[in-house]
Structures are given as C-alpha cells and as structure tokens.
Design a protein around this ligand. Sequence first.
Ligand code: GDP
Ligand code: IMO
Ligand code: MG
Length: 423
Amino acid sequence: MPATLIVGTQWGDEGKAKIIDYLSEQTEIVVRYQGGANAGHTVKVGAEKYIFHLIPSGILYPNTICILGGGMVIDPEALFKELGELAARGIPTKGRIRVADNAHLLLPYHREVDILREERAGGNKIGTTKRGIGVCYSDKVNRWGIRVGDLFSEAFFEKRLPALVAQKNLTLTALYQAQPVDLQELKNYLLSLRDKMREFVVNASYYLNLELASGKKVLLEGAQGTMLDLDFGTYPYVTSSNPTTGGALTGSGISFQYLGDVIGITKAYTTRVGEGPFPTEAFGDEGEKLRQIGQEFGSTTGRPRRCGWFDSEVIRHAARVNGLTCLALTKLDILDSFDTIKIGVGYELDGKRISHFPAYDVEKIKVIYEELPGWKEPISNCRTLNELPKNAKKYIQALEKFTGVPIRWVGVGPGRENTIKIK
Ligand code: GDP
Ligand code: IMO
Ligand code: MG
C-alpha cells in the first residue's frame, strides 16, 4: 500500500520525527494532517539538530514534497519563521511545500486567547503550549474560522469577513475583556498573506489521491499522540485535534483504501507534558533519572516533561484505536543504566482488574507492574538485534507480549544511524 501512517501512541514526543526522517528516504510525499505549531519534532543528522513545528519532518531529503494538510491549524508567522530558518541553514524548500486550501489559519488573537483562557481556567487549566491551537479549532467548529483558501475569495472578504469579525469581537470583548479585532487591519493582514501564500496553496485531497493512484509513496506524519487525542485521550487534558488514524484520513483527505502500515511510535518508557492523569508516572529519583538521561524537556516550550514507566494498557488502547500494524520502539538506550526496569502490565480500578483504558477516573487507577532486570551496558553502537544485550532483547520481547503488537524498529540513539530494523 502506498500510504504509511506514523502515529504517536502515548502523550506525544515519542520520537515520531526521527522515524519519519528515517522512512523519508524511500518516500515521495510527507503529510502533516493535524495540529499546528504545538508540535516539536526533532531530527538529528550528524552534529545538526532540527526542530520542526509546522513543516513535515521529511523536508531534509531534497526530493520529498511536504504537505501541510487540511486538518491542520496554520500560524503563518510560525510558518514563515520556520521557512526562514531552514533557508538560513541551506535546506532548499522552494517548490517543495504545499499548504491545503481547507487548513485553518491561526491568527494572533487565537494565541492571545489561549493565554488568557489558561490564566483564568483555575482547576481546569490544561497546560497548553500557548500556541492558540484549541482556540483556532474552536473557531473552526463554531464556523467562524478563516481557511487558507478563503484568502483567494473576493466573496469572503466582502461578505463573510465583516460578519465574522463582528461575531468574534463579541466573544473577545465580553468573555475575555480582550482588544477587539480591527476589521480593516485584519483585512490588510490577510491580503498581504494572500500574496505570500499563493505559491503554496493546493487542494490537498485531490492532489494526494491523484499521486497515490499513480503509485507515489506517501508518509502521513502525526503530531501529538493517541492519549492527547480529543476523543480517545485523557479528556479534557488533551489537544484539540485527532492525532489518531481517523484524523489522518479527515486531515489529509486520502481514501482509506490507500492506507497500509499504521506504525505506532512508542518510547521505551513514558512521558507527558502539561496537566492530566498519567498512571505510570514515576516520582522522585526514578522520574528525575529518566528526565535527565532522556533529556526530557519540551522541544516547543522547554518545559520539563513528566516521566514514568512503559504502560502496556496505553499501547493496547492505541493499537485498538489506530489499528496499529507494528511499533517503532524509541529511546531504549535511555534505560541502559537502570538495575531494573518496570513495565505497567495492567490496571485495577476500585479493587477490580479492568481490561481497557477508562474514559474517567483515570486518577484512581492502580497500576500492576512487572519488573525486569536491566542490561547495564551502552547500546547506542548496536546496529542489529543480535548485537543487543540479552536483557534488552528480553525487554523488547516482554513489550511485544504485553502489547500484542510486533516491534519492527528499535531506537538506540537520536541520530539517523541509531535506528535498528529488527523485523
Ligand atoms: P516527536 O515530537 O515525537 O517527534 O519527539 P520529540 O522530537 O519531541 O522528542 C523526542 C526526542 O528524543 C528528540 O530529542 C529526539 O532526538 C530523541 N530521540 C528519538 N529517538 C531516540 C532514541 O532512540 N534514543 C535517544 N537517545 N534519543 C532519541
Ligand atoms: P508532538 O507532536 C507533547 C500537550 C500540551 C498540553 C496539551 C494541550 O511534539 O508530540 P495544546 O497546545 O495542543 O492545546 O496543548 O497537549 N501537547 C503536546 N505534548 N507533544 C506534543 O506534540 C504536544 N502538543 C501538545 O503540553 O498538555
Ligand atoms: Mg515533540
């Protein structure tokens, strides 16, 4: 099948970008299908480190075409900043970036309200990335969002924009005591954007289905992860889009019939940024050791990530929701120095074993752990399964047993050369 989907199975930052970069060599088109500049996708090539927020992580290969799909919310300021940074580093992007005409524009007032909302949320604070994501998606659902394609419609500027601004200003002023949007100023800004965006705009669904029909290889790049999914994550501590397989289809517009492998990216332990329940969270020295060795600090906001053990129930949930065909296990090397390694194998709620990730009362879960011996030697130079220490292989086998999903790749370091194909 020509389309392969890469999806995060945990709370984001699983190492999706490294695997996308690794697979991009054999890919013609890479598509981001949801989220926006809340994503921070890191690729390390030799001494160079790139962090992508909006641009697909396949951009480093000179011949890939990179699409920002219709399910995304696109902050033009973040986009042009990222393009400028790539140009300064000698990465050619001309003619290689396309932006879906049905993607929504994320404007300065979205960012402003995200900050105001969080400040006033009290106990309902989410710990967002403050990139305006939830506010922009709310506008989309409220049907007063502005899409990339609207920039090219005279009727939009004449008829819809004035009414939309009036509606938006009601909420900005009454709910948030924020400055109202000035219609003329916004219009001028959008018109200037029209000229800058023209070269990128595409009907992504039409384009992608045509390319897929002609046999082109497409990689769908998820941002965030299954547990941050608006519908299947730990609501309300989630992002405002669907990183899962359903979101990949609606956010790219490709037919489900083109979808082949669905690769779940899974850290060898677990991390989460922001508020919300995290059953296998490790506190004290254990959590701090994972954070320091794993360098678990946000790629977008620099916030320390909460760290904990591998949670098989989370991965089984991700396997079901996404239809995972295999896993890529990342950051196994971070566990090199641990005497023993815990694996969450199941949950108890109110004294009873439960068989799935619950939609509520997640804070009350008691995790059942198994503990495996560590391997206590560095593995970053290993290049085949056979070179891995016996206990590392046993850990991989245990994760396959508890998740029920085959592990096809193992990450032993951040570089391009540090991904081992084991199946
Ligand atoms: P993403 O958002 O899922 O793309 O992940 P991030 O880029 O936010 O975070 C993953 C971090 O782990 C990055 O700093 C990567 O360079 C790094 N990384 C990815 N895979 C490995 C691995 O196998 N070993 C090590 N040590 N680091 C890795
Ligand atoms: P990548 O693609 C980890 C988290 C935020 C917050 C919640 C909602 O790099 O894996 P938002 O700004 O989206 O409204 O914040 O989601 N979050 C992420 N956590 N990785 C990400 O992206 C994230 N994007 C959002 O920390 O808890
Ligand atoms: Mg990230």
